[in-house]
Design a protein around this ligand. Sequence first.
Ligand SMILES: C[S@@+](CC[C@H](N)C(=O)[O-])C[C@H]1O[C@@H](n2cnc3c(N)ncnc32)[C@H](O)[C@@H]1O
Length: 191
Amino acid sequence: MSTEQYIDLLLHFNASSNLIGPMDRKTIRYDLIEDSLKAAIHVAPYGRVLDVGSGAGLPGLPLAIAYPEAHYTLVEPRKKRTQFMTIAAQRLGLRERVDVVAERIEDFVQSPDYAPFDWVVSKAFEEPTAFLKDALAWTKSGGHIISMISAADEASLLELANELPVEQVGTMAYESSEGQARRVITWKFSS
Ligand SMILES: C[S@@+](CC[C@H](N)C(=O)[O-])C[C@H]1O[C@@H](n2cnc3c(N)ncnc32)[C@H](O)[C@@H]1O
C-alpha cells in the first residue's frame, strides 16, 4: 500500500471517469498527494477521522495510507467518486479502517450510527468560513479541525475564528505547483 499505487489507480480510473481532470503523475503527486499530507502538519490524524466532500479520496486516502493508526470516514454523495474510493480502499488494503459513505454530510449526520469525530478535515468542499462553523457540529469537544484554504481566505477565517470556541494550533504557508499561496490552519475545538 503506497501513495504511488493510489496515483496509479487515479490515473487509470481518471481516463474513463474524469475524477480529477487532466493531470500528470508529477502534478498529482505534488498538488493532490503532498498537499493532502500537509493536513497532518500540526496534529497527525488520530482516533476517528472525518473527510467531508472527499471527491476521489482527497485528502482522506493519502492520510489513511500515511497514518494507519486512525479510522477514516470519507463522506461524498457522488456515485462515481464513491465507487472509485471503495475500489481504491480495497486495492490499497485499507478497507478495515476506511469507510466510504455515499451521502451528503447533512444526511449522514442524521443517521443513528453517527457520532462526532476526533479530527475533521475537508478540502475544496465549502467556503472556509462555512466549513469551520459546520465542522464544530461534527467534531468532539477537544478534537481538531483542519482548514485547507487559499491564502486569500485566511483573513476572513481568522476573523470568524475569534467568535468561535476554537484555538489556533498552527498555520503553515505553502504554494501549489502553479504558485498559488495556500494555507493549512489547524484548530482545536475547545467548547
Ligand atoms: C471540489 S470537490 C473536492 C473534492 C476533494 N476534496 C478534492 O480536494 O479533490 C467537492 C466535493 O464535495 C462534494 N460535496 C458536495 N456537496 C456535498 C455535501 N453536501 N456533503 C458531502 N460532500 C459534498 C462534491 O460531490 C465534490 O466531490
